[in-house]
Write a protein that binds this ligand. Sequence first.
Ligand code: ATP
Length: 235
Amino acid sequence: MLEVSGITVRYGVREVLSDVSLRVGKGEMVTVIGANGAGKTTCLRAISGLLKPARGTITFQGGRIDGRKPHELLSMGIAHVPEGRLLFPEMTVMEHLELGAVRAPADAPPYAERRERCFELFPRVKERQQQRAGTLSGGEQQMVAIARGLMSAPKLLMLDEPSLGLAPVVVDTLADIIVDLHKRGLGILLVEQRVELALRLADRGYVLETGRVVLEDSASSLVENPGVKQAFLGI
Ligand code: ATP
């Protein structure tokens, strides 16, 4: 479904991603792990069109997408839930869902149906629909950020650090929701500091080290990899 081939991304003269390749199959959950500053967020930003690779190609469902605008990619079925949620504090939960729906593909289910699906998945979002985003708890904000992404009826959902700053019990709820979305056939690209969690949820993973993919394997093999254990799992 998604194929990133040999992309290089620079901020000014500084190369932050070098020759990165990765793929996400239809309905697959893939994780990108790596230390702080390894380039994980940059990778997602390049895929969603926020950054233009200097080299390499990105294809989605067989068509070239590098160089396309973020709103075009959203209409094609790529939703990006950014690190830090990036909600509008003064806007209500419902307004965020409406905003998320604006660029849905032409063949997406009707708006009301998508909204009901989100409410089913996130009962808390339904309860809080008239509340301003700035007054929500961290966990609720993350749920709204994901719900906003889902309102565009994506085929690929990219999640950047969804568990950041959340209490363990909220992380568990979120993990169940991500598993549920995966079971329903949604392709997911997950960036997550909690490497153990990411490898428990995902089918496959890539390890990024200073902008390069140094390892790729099934999640079950990565968990057993001595280098991964030492660097990320504290074993
Ligand atoms: P973290 O886990 O800390 O979020 P990351 O793996 O997601 O890290 P990126 O955010 O992709 O890493 O950053 C990769 C490198 O690019 C870092 O060294 C960062 O300082 C640098 N960088 C990120 N954004 C910019 C920018 N707008 N301008 C210049 N350098 C940047």
